[in-house]
Design a protein around this ligand. Structure first.
Ligand SMILES: *[C@@H]1O[C@H](CO)[C@@H](O)[C@H](O)[C@H]1NC(C)=O
Ligand SMILES: *[C@@H]1O[C@H](CO)[C@@H](O)[C@H](O)[C@H]1NC(C)=O
Ligand SMILES: *[C@@H]1O[C@H](CO)[C@@H](O)[C@H](O)[C@H]1NC(C)=O
Ligand SMILES: *[C@@H]1O[C@H](CO)[C@@H](O)[C@H](O)[C@H]1NC(C)=O
Length: 428
């Protein structure tokens, strides 16, 4: 399929019936590839080199198989680049691909997304044959789609300003399209800088949240946060509803969004310590509501990881150096189960759980823009493993069964290469 022809088949149909059939066929293409739910063996860490004279931005592969090799570094795959600002990463449901986003790449004319082949999962190979989005840049977060591909939030247009897009790749990493195709759908809130993204394939909806205008974070510009959420139809990749988060005066941007299992509802967060709930089944009439208040108005960031079919939620709050564990069996009334408190100054950002849902990995680095920018939240540049009990009701703190430390310190791990800032983590 040619890039940018989402529903090429539909366009060729002349009669209404043909078009309808073709649209249906297009919409069904999300279904397909077999999901891998094997035992988790690997952790990928997507990290920026602190000293470009010593190293390139790189992907690290660690063993997380229970046993003596837990935490062992298996491989470093160097990209040819510096300055990407490695951001989030996610494996496809087939386990074939790893998609990695690059937050500042566009400002140095570097690629905003880098894909790796995981044909040999211990030895990822960077792909150079994938078509990158044409109308958009500054990739942030991915959703792995059932067809083995990805949806990616692209925060900006091709030169780093609003409006961004959502890019879609199929299971062979063909670029299917960039959305919305009709930009008039953005009229209710033109500052389209999508960051977090969640999708519910059962209800065929998706939620994106607008976080900030990336170029505005560079020195000399006025930092511009966004506070909108947008509900989409996955059937036609167009926007159903646009919502402004309440309490926006204290919000530091709407950062993350996740589907709550297959309930049709979503959680979203910003940098203000609130957890919001939005019932996507209400369509246009949905209202984001605050369902949990962490007590701080300055969590800096908050990344979400739902698990156990949407009945549990991890929230990593950078500004509080902590990870919260919640029971979300009743999504509108989340209940705090446990708090994992890191030492002051640790940070804590991207959090992911392993397939058996007993292990979590937290990358503590958020964003340090250095001399070029206004955001300075480096955290302590570690990955920290947290263990969860069998019921997913608390963290296990008192025993660590492996020889290597549960803390991987990217400042001192590779003496010859300098430190690394690791933002994205993904299990396979
Ligand atoms: C790109 O290269 C990889 C690895 O050689 C291959 O598996 C994949 O099919 C290629 N993708 C495209 C879109 O050509
Ligand atoms: C991106 O948006 C900015 C601000 O609206 C505009 O000046 C610039 O031309 C746009 N870039 C592209 C490639 O469309
Ligand atoms: C897209 O599909 C949704 C239903 O999923 C529908 O409400 C909406 O009108 C459609 N939008 C367009 C532009 O076709
Ligand atoms: C990581 O290593 C650096 C350099 O050796 C050290 O200063 C820092 O305290 C270490 N961090 C942790 C969490 O151990």
């Amino acid at each position: 399929m040619r890039p940018h022809d989402t529903c090429n088949c539909a366009k060729r149909g002349s009669s209404v019936a043909l078009v309808t059939l073709a649209l249906l066929a297009c919409s069904l293409r999300f279904a397909g590839a077999a999901t891998v739910k094997t035992k988790t063996k690997y952790l990928y860490a997507w990290a920026g080199a602190q000293d470009p004279a010593l190293a390139r931005d790189s992907l690290f592969v660690f063993s997380v198989q229970p046993g003596p090799d837990f935490g062992k570094l298996l491989n470093i795959v160097e990209t040819p680049y510096n300055g990407l600002e490695p951001h989030h990463c996610r494996t496809s449901v087939t386990g074939r691909w790893l998609a990695c986003s690059c937050m500042l790449a566009v400002f140095f004319k570097l690629p905003s997304i880098i894909f790796f082949s995981l044909a040999d999962p211990a030895k990822p190979v960077m792909l150079t044959n994938v078509t990158l989005p044409i109308h958009s840049a500054v990739a942030d977060e991915f959703v792995a789609t059932p067809d083995g591909g990805f949806l990616a939030t692209m925060m900006t247009n091709a030169s780093g300003w609003a409006p961004g897009r959502v890019a879609r790749y199929d299971g062979n990493l063909n670029l299917v399209g960039e959305y919305p195709q009709d930009l008039s759908e953005l009229a209710p809130a033109p500052g389209f800088n999508p960051h977090g993204i969640g999708a519910d394939f059962k209800h065929q909806t998706m939620l994106t949240v607008d976080y900030l205008e990336p170029a505005s974070s560079l020195v000399g510009n006025t930092l511009t946060y966004r506070n909108t959420a947008r509900l989409w139809s996955l059937k036609n990749m167009s926007i159903i509803g646009t919502y402004v988060l309440p309490k926006t005066e204290k919000s530091k941007g709407a950062m993350d969004a996740v589907a709550i299992g297959e309930t049709g509802a979503y959680y979203l967060t910003g940098g203000n310590g609130y957890l919001y709930y939005l019932d996507g089944q209400k369509g246009k009439k949905a209202m984001p509501e605050i369902v949990y208040n962490s007590g701080t108005r300055d969590s800096v960031s908050c990344i979400l990881q739902p698990f156990r079919g949407g009945t549990r939620l991890l929230l990593a709050m950078f500004g509080l150096d902590r990870v919260l564990l919640m029971d979300t069996t009743n999504p509108r009334k989340p209940m705090l189960l446990d708090i994992y408190q890191f030492p002051l100054g640790t940070g804590g950002h991207v959090v992911r759980v392993s397939n058996n849902e007993k292990l979590a990995a937290v990358a503590t680095y958020f964003l340090e823009e250095g001399a070029i920018g206004q955001i300075h939240h480096p955290g302590d540049c570690t990955i920290r493993f947290l263990r969860l009990n069998a019921q997913g009701t608390r963290f296990i703190r008192d025993e660590w069964p492996y020889t290597r430390s549960p803390v991987i310190n990217f400042t001192e791990l590779f003496p010859g290469k300098g430190g690394f800032r690791t933002h994205g983590v993904a299990f396979l």
